[in-house]
Design a protein around this ligand. Structure first.
Ligand code: GLN
Length: 282
C-alpha cells in the first residue's frame, strides 16, 4: 500500500471515532514510521509501505482512535519551541500556550544573564527553550517526579542545554538554596472536581500529578508564590502560567504576597494565560 492510500484509510477511521485532528494525526503517525518529518514525508505520496510498517500503522491508529491515546505518547515525542522533545506518560505534554510564556520571557529578558528556577519542570520544555534564547543564563529545574526529571535531563542533553541546568528532585516547599533572578512555573492548575470533565485523551493518559491543583486548582500556585517571595533576588521576576478564569484569584494571591504585576499575556483564545510580577520593596 502507498502512503496516499494509508493516509486516507487512517483519516477515515480516526474521523469515524471522533478524533478532530484526524488528518494531521494520521500523517504524523505515518511519517514517524517512515522516519521522516511530516513536511518532508508529504512531498511524495507514492511511498510503498511494507507489511511490518502497515501493522505498526494499524496498531498506532487504533490506539489513537479507540483508546484516545495522545499522539505525543504514541510517538514518544513532541515539538516545542522548535525543539524535539522526548515525551512519555510520566510528563505533561507541552502545550502551545506554554510557548507564549517562553516567548514573553525571551523578549523581556533578551540578552540578559539570569539565574532561573523552573518549578515543576516536567519535560523541561520551559527552561530548555528559554536557555536556548538566553545563552548567557543558567538555572535549576525542580520536580517532585523522578520520572519527569529523567525525561527533562534527556531533553536538555538532546537540545544542548544540559551544562547550564541543574536538576533537583524536590517540591517547591522543600526547596532551599540560592536566590534567583527569575522563577518560572506552569504548575498543575486544574481544580480536582474538574478533572473528570477533561477530554478523554488528557484524563486517561496525562499524569494526574501534573494537572491536579487541589480544591480550587490553586494549591501549588499558592505555594510557588509564597516561596518565591523568599527566594527571589531584589528586582527578581516571578512568571506564572495560569488556567482559564484564574486571573482574578491569582492576582489576589500575588497582591497578598506583595507582588506587583508587570506583564500580562493573553493566549490565542484571548484568555489571560501568563502573569509576570515583581516584589514590592518599601
Ligand atoms: N513545566 C512543564 C510544562 O509546562 C510541566 C508542567 C506541569 O506538569 N504542570 O509543560
Amino acid at each position: 500500500m502507498t502512503s496516499d492510500e494509508l493516509i486516507k484509510i487512517g483519516s477515515v477511521f480516526l474521523k469515524k471515532n471522533n478524533i478532530k485532528s484526524y488528518t494531521i494525526d494520521t500523517e504524523l503517525i505515518l511519517s514517524n514510521i517512515f522516519g521522516q518529518s511530516r513536511e518532508k514525508f508529504l512531498v511524495n505520496l507514492d511511498i510503498k509501505f511494507s507489511q511490518a510498517q502497515i501493522d505498526t500503522f494499524n496498531n498506532l491508529i487504533s490506539r489513537r482512535a479507540l483508546s484516545k491515546e495522545p499522539i505525543a505518547y504514541l510517538l514518544n515525542k513532541k515539538e516545542f519551541w522548535s525543539n524535539k522533545l522526548n515525551i512519555d506518560k510520566g510528563v505533561l505534554i507541552p502545550r502551545p500556550e506554554t510557548e507564549i510564556l517562553v516567548e514573553g520571557l525571551a523578549k523581556y529578558f533578551k540578552n540578559r544573564q539570569l539565574f532561573m528556577l523552573d518549578v515543576g519542570t516536567g519535560s523541561g520544555c520551559i527552561i530548555i527553550s528559554l536557555l536556548q534564547e538566553l545563552k548567557k543564563s543558567r538555572g535549576i529545574a525542580i520536580d517532585v517526579s523522578n520520572k519527569a526529571l529523567k525525561i527533562a535531563k534527556k531533553n536538555s542533553k538532546i537540545n544542548n542545554t544540559f551544562d547550564r541546568i541543574k536538576f533537583i528532585n524536590s517540591s517547591i516547599c522543600n526547596f532551599y538554596g540560592s536566590k534567583f533572578d527569575l522563577i518560572i512555573s506552569n504548575p498543575p492548575y486544574i481544580a480536582n472536581h474538574q478533572l473528570k470533565n477533561l477530554e478523554d485523551d488528557i484524563k486517561f493518559f496525562e499524569p494526574k500529578i501534573a494537572l491536579d491543583g487541589g480544591n480550587d486548582g490553586l494549591d501549588v500556585m499558592r505555594k510557588v508564590i509564597y516561596k518565591s517571595r523568599k527566594i527571589l533576588k531584589i528586582n527578581g521576576m516571578l512568571a506564572l502560567e495560569i488556567g482559564n478564569g484564574q486571573y482574578k484569584k491569582v492576582s489576589q494571591i500575588l497582591k497578598l504576597n506583595k507582588f506587583r504585576e508587570k506583564v500580562i499575556i493573553r493566549d490565542y483564545k484571548d484568555n489571560i494565560r501568563c502573569i509576570f510580577s515583581m516584589l514590592n520593596h518599601y
